[in-house]
Write a protein that binds this ligand. Structure first.
Ligand code: SF4
Length: 468
């Protein structure tokens, strides 16, 4: 038994997790209230290891905000602007496509697109945007757009050609919109949420982001996000998406005015919805579907694929079992600047680590827990890999929402920084897709100090690296 557990007050919860038993809400609160961070981390690490083994992942992605104009004024939000504000912005569809085109050259596999609830853009703007981005990727896959030339990390080149995928294999995934945006779009389209999601899916939407969950408890919600959708509405948007065969992530904004019991209540509602999704058989990994996944079958399982000049680098690891509609959970540490919540400092390192750890232990029906480096900083996110997290999120490239609220992390992470952080933590780095499925494993990646100057192919990257 782990040294930290032997005399810990949390020993019986360690034994529960070791036996594969689910912990209760009272247990989760006890974990949150404990000061024994080492024991808590040991329990979370056990739960993580049982679930995902020694791998830790990251994604090569780009954030893209189409606008920060918003008809709401959530008290905690530092991102939203009104039309009268000088620093408001909105992008045209050609501008979105251009940013996506530039990011594709860097090897991204995901665009993560959110914005405010825009006061005047029509529903067609959103469907046209999805169609235009889909067409860009289709053109690239068919060879009419250039494939990634220099990839992922302008400061360092990972020489792992055997495991590098073709541009067709690394299909661009459109992960877009929070639940409140979906409600807004449904209102614009004058259609039900289900019909709206169907239309967005037909236009190119592939998964929903998890933003907007904040804290579900009504009293807290009205104190930090008055006018926003209710917890029931947030959960129902995701439930409807899962019923349509979609998958999504979910979040919790912690460290503001909520209590620890409020956090447990939030996790309880997410676990319940995930139970529901699993009971209904939602969330079969894309890799189990030959039409959808880049790792639909390993070469040994599919002789046709073994003839390919670019066979998949990583064998399919996941079974044809429902994993749930949520592919991962991302706890978000609150950022206190430029908003109306009376909190002076962001959550401490202790608070961030215990929240990751309790999430891993309590959310036993979630495969993946992400340490969000934008809010935690990369140093603490790396430590979180030993406190239940198995993912560091992504390169991001251009983050606005947390930085407008005072986050001091850089605007982007290079792939090599994430690989280095994972390897130092004793884990095997894996580049993943949006559904946390492996794209390539970097067990034998070169040392992290093998760097070279920026390639000069991306102005946004160069600007953001200059501020990193
Ligand atoms: S959190 Fe979202 S909905 Fe609320 S004000 Fe900000 S952008 Fe608008």
């Amino acid at each position: 038994m782990n040294f930290f557990i032997q005399r810990s007050e949390l020993r019986n919860l360690y034994e529960k997790v070791a036996a594969g038993e689910r912990i209760s809400e009272a247990d989760a609160l006890r974990l949150f209230e404990s000061k024994d961070l080492n024991a808590l981390g040991a329990i979370a690490d056990l739960a993580r290891e049982k679930k995902v083994g020694n791998r830790a992942s990251y994604i090569i992605n780009r954030y893209l905000n189409y606008s920060n104009y918003c008809i709401l004024s959530c008290q905690f939000c530092s991102f939203a602007r009104k039309k009268r504000d000088a620093d408001g912005f909105e992008l045209t569809i050609p501008q979105m496509v251009e940013k996506a085109r530039e990011a594709l050259k860097l090897g991204i596999t995901e665009l993560h697109i959110v914005g405010g609830l825009h006061p005047s853009l029509p529903f067609s703007y959103y469907t046209d945007m999805l169609k235009a981005l889909r067409a860009l990727n289709d053109a690239r896959s068919s060879g009419r757009e250039s494939a990634p030339s220099e990839i992922q990390n302008p400061k360092s080149k990972i020489q792992n050609d055997q495991s590098r995928l073709t541009s067709a294999a690394t299909k661009l995934h459109l992960k877009c919109f929070t639940a409140i945006e979906i409600l807004h779009l449904s209102w614009l389209a004058k259609k039900t949420v289900e019909q709206t999601l169907i239309e967005l899916k037909e236009a190119g939407l592939e998964s929903l982001t998890g933003g907007g969950a904040e804290i579900f408890r009504k009293e807290v919600r009205s104190a930090i996000a008055k006018g926003k959708e209710s917890a029931e509405e947030y959960l129902d948007v995701h439930r409807t998406w899962h019923k349509l065969g979609g998958r999504s992530t979910c979040t919790m904004l912690f460290g503001h005015v909520e209590s620890l019991a409020d956090r447990v209540d939030h996790l309880r509602q997410l676990r319940a919805l995930q139970d529901e999704a699993r009971a209904n058989g939602f969330g079969v990994p894309a890799s189990a579907d030959p039409e959808r996944g880049v790792h639909a079958a390993s070469a040994s399982e599919n002789p046709e694929r073994s003839k390919s000049p670019n066979p998949p680098a990583v064998k399919r690891a996941e079974a044809r079992a429902p994993h749930g509609g949520f592919v991962g959970f991302v706890p978000l540490p609150y950022q206190p600047e430029n908003n109306d919540i009376p909190v002076q400092t962001p959550p401490t390192g202790f608070d961030a680590l215990r929240t990751i750890a309790v999430s891993r232990i309590y959310l036993d029906n979630f495969d993946h827990i992400t340490a969000y480096w934008v809010g935690m900083g990369m140093k603490l996110a790396q430590v979180a890999l030993s406190y239940g997290a198995d993912d560091l999120h992504g390169t991001i490239i251009e983050e606005h929402i947390f930085h407008m609220a005072g986050a001091t992390s850089p605007q982007l992470q290079t792939e090599m920084e994430m690989v280095k952080a994972i390897r130092e933590a004793g884990r095997t780095p894996v580049q993943r897709n949006t559904f946390y499925e492996p794209i390539r494993e970097l067990a034998n990646a070169p040392a992290a100090n093998e760097t070279e100057p920026p390639s000069g192919k991306s102005k946004v990257l160069e600007d953001n690296l200059a501020t990193a």
